[in-house]
Design a protein around this ligand. Structure first.
Ligand SMILES: *[C@@H]1O[C@H](CO)[C@@H](O)[C@H](O)[C@H]1NC(C)=O
Ligand SMILES: *[C@@H]1O[C@H](CO)[C@@H](O)[C@H](O)[C@H]1NC(C)=O
Ligand SMILES: *[C@@H]1O[C@H](CO)[C@@H](O)[C@H](O)[C@H]1NC(C)=O
Ligand SMILES: *[C@@H]1O[C@H](CO)[C@@H](O)[C@H](O)[C@H]1NC(C)=O
Length: 363
């Protein structure tokens, strides 16, 4: 069933991309499957931050203040992270963990570092990483920023674990160059122990002007949703939660259809109650009928006509795909990844530990 549909998708893709090297037209239903093609980054950093722009351009970010960028489809990578200054506020950038990155071109990108106190920061570049400006430095002891997301190159938000009982958001309307704390009045209260996971940059997501937050730490875990980023509701996510467990990633294809994946970080092979789907904008979530084969930290819809119900999920114990909007998942790879993101083409990229970055190929 699943393979059959990949064949159909592939046929659609080959029609759309003549010359792209895809040549499945025989209707051999046992042939095509998605596989990751590993790229050589020359780094051993763990890349939880991932921002593909196209089939050629992608940014990854992670520990040690590392930011890498490719402009040739992943053949070569340049280290373009903020350079430590010899003294002053940016002397410690090489100690930062850039868990999330957003990018719009080979020039423009925004990175978020996570951690206690002033380790949670945002840096922006407009020249491909030649220079960076620090545009946000957390000063609140209770805040811990997890994820950043943009609905347009100008309008973005970053999300922190609760401060005074509510998930904290900051907002930019100038492409990340300046940030304001969002009034907490409209935020639904967090439960005791509830927090986000800075695992893949997808604990905060935005689609079609709407916003979503994946959270865990409580059972059942929950997904927050908002039509404008300011007035928030919350629903049980049908994913088991607890300490180190819950929803790690939420993604919407449109205003109605969403997927949520997660599980227990300490149980990478655990494959029960770790994924859910919604068709009513996140008001109600239903558990998957066939779960991803392990804890999954990241997820992404495959964009483009003909792919409307296809999505990917990745985690340290492997990767899965769904062709029915998250109802049933099928493992296709055993390698470790933390993050996955797709752009038009469609082109899907994954990144994770030990410098691993890959692109999806349908063979
Ligand atoms: C279909 O795939 C199988 C397994 O790879 C192969 O043995 C067979 O020859 C293929 N049939 C056609 C018609 O291509
Ligand atoms: C972060 O805090 C440390 C210790 O309180 C301080 O030395 C350092 O200058 C601060 N850095 C920034 C960027 O605010
Ligand atoms: C997560 O998995 C670990 C290791 O199996 C286990 O000790 C822990 O109780 C699990 N946590 C939850 C919330 O299920
Ligand atoms: C993944 O590992 C399992 C168990 O070792 C194996 O049965 C399965 O064939 C592997 N899957 C892939 C896609 O390599």
């Amino acid at each position: 069933m699943a393979r059959l549909s990949w064949t159909l998708l592939l046929a659609i893709t080959s029609l759309a991309n003549v010359g792209a090297g895809l040549s499945i037209a025989t209707g051999n239903h046992s042939l095509p499957r998605p596989t990751w093609q590993l790229l050589t980054t020359g780094s051993t950093a763990r890349f939880r931050g991932l921002a593909p722009v196209s089939d050629k351009i992608a940014w990854v970010s992670g520990v040690g203040g590392t930011v890498l960028r490719t402009t040739d489809g992943g053949r070569t990578w340049a280290s373009v992270g903020p350079a430590p200054s010899s003294s002053g506020d940016n002397a410690d950038v090489a100690t930062l963990d850039f868990r999330d990155v957003e990018a719009w071109s080979a020039e423009k990108a925004v990175v978020l570092s996570i951690g206690e106190g002033n380790s949670s920061r945002v840096y922006v570049t407009g020249d491909g990483g030649a220079s960076w400006a620090r545009s946000f430095t957390n000063q609140e002891a209770a805040a811990f920023y997890d994820c950043i997301a943009f609905e347009s190159p100008e309008h973005g938000m970053a999300m922190s674990d609760p401060v005074d009982g509510k998930i904290r958001l900051i907002e930019t309307r100038d492409g990340g160059r300046s940030w304001d704390v969002v009034e907490p009045d409209g935020m639904a209260p967090a439960l005791e122990g509830e927090a986000g996971f800075a695992a893949s940059g997808t604990c905060l997501a935005t689609t079609a002007g709407r916003w979503y937050i994946a959270a865990g730490g409580v059972n059942p875990s929950r997904v927050f949703r908002s039509g404008d980023g300011h007035a928030w509701d919350v629903s049980d996510a049908a994913i088991a939660g607890g300490e180190g467990a819950g929803v790690f990633s939420v993604q919407f294809r449109d205003a109605k259809h969403g997927i949520a994946v997660g599980g227990n970080y300490s149980d990478p092979a655990g494959n029960i109650d770790n994924a859910a789907w919604t068709k009513d904008g996140g008001a109600t979530w239903l558990p998957a009928a066939a779960f991803p084969d392990g804890y999954r930290s990241g997820s992404a819809w495959v964009p483009g006509r003909g792919y409307c119900d296809a999505a990917l999920a990745v985690g340290p114990s492997g990767s899965d795909f769904t062709l029915d909007g998250g109802k049933s998942w099928h493992r296709f790879d055993n390698g470790s990844f933390d993050s996955v993101e797709c752009v038009k083409g469609p082109v899907c990229w994954a990144s994770g530990e030990n410098g691993r970055v890959a692109r999806l190929v349908l063979t």
